[in-house]
Design a protein around this ligand. Sequence first.
Ligand code: GLA
Length: 369
Amino acid sequence: METAAEAWFAPGRANLMGEHTDYNEGLVLPFALAKGVTAAAAPRDDGLLVLRSKQVPDEAVTVPLDSLEPGSVRGWAAYPAGVAWSLRAAGYAVRGASVDVDSDLPVGAGVSSSAALECSVALALCSLSGLIVPRPELAGIAKRAENEFVGAPTGIIDQSAALLCEQGHAMLLDCGTQRATQVPFLPAAAGAAALIIDTRVVHALVSGEYAARRAECEEAARLLGVRALGSVTGLAGLGEISDPVLRRRARHVISDCARARAMAAALLAGEDEAYPYLGRLLLEGHASLRDDFEVSWPEADVAVDVAMAAGAYGAKMIGGGFGGSVLALVPVSRDREVRAALTEAYADRGWIPPDFIDAVPSPAARKLR
Ligand code: GLA
């Protein structure tokens, strides 16, 4: 019997706190965006995966499912092909499909367009193939596609956010235990706005710096005698690490986990003064990423400074770094000024104008039809 075509949507994400903590088995606090990737898929009986993207017209990629192996597909199609490979590697019998993807997320802007692509396609392939895969497991399958098929050594935050976040909430996720706690996050109800500033500097996770940070964290954990830095709760033991660079890397991870926990607690308490406090934590998080982890970039540092001068509560870079976006929390009354000041500051420096995305905490991936 012919199965009808289906369409699945998966969102991008912003991360309030806990950057480069996921692969350290630490805490993250992402929320899902309204923007994302839609995968429209129809089944095929010939064992082929036919992939098209509205953003890359005239380039259909056709691959037999049986021939999928890491390295066999390159470019954007490696993400959806990798998901089919990873599902099969996990023992799920995926059938052939024609998949058409469309995205309203900027690529390389640190808002997790790749995980949105993976997760929308994963859900479509599972549904067409009659497979029921629990979402936490599916997040791991999509991550494996990115790690082993695409070759980017990322953690689990992006796929978890795309599949598990809830509308009006941020999700405190312990990447060591996979325990998720939904925390109410409703900036509009507090007279605030969460604003993503796309600095228009494109980042690439397959580049060496991300992997280098990961290796440094593993070395720091080894020196501290722990499995992963996420299990360390205080900074007292850092003296054990004599190398100043490794010590700073570890300090970032440990302090960012503490900030994620503090932020989630403040949101749960729902106090009036929460937003100025959240803003201070964002600023501390940015300084830590800039000075201790050294993954920020000039356009992000300027965006944070200019947003603060124009009245933001706080701001920090989000994602892997070396390009991408800054997330600012702004009193609604200052939103226009912040955007105008940023546009002017970038023009003054001769930089490409920044783009803005309203970051409204939105539902996780879902079936559209
Ligand atoms: C990228 C990776 C994530 C995470 C962040 C930094 O977005 O995909 O796994 O490590 O960087 O927090």
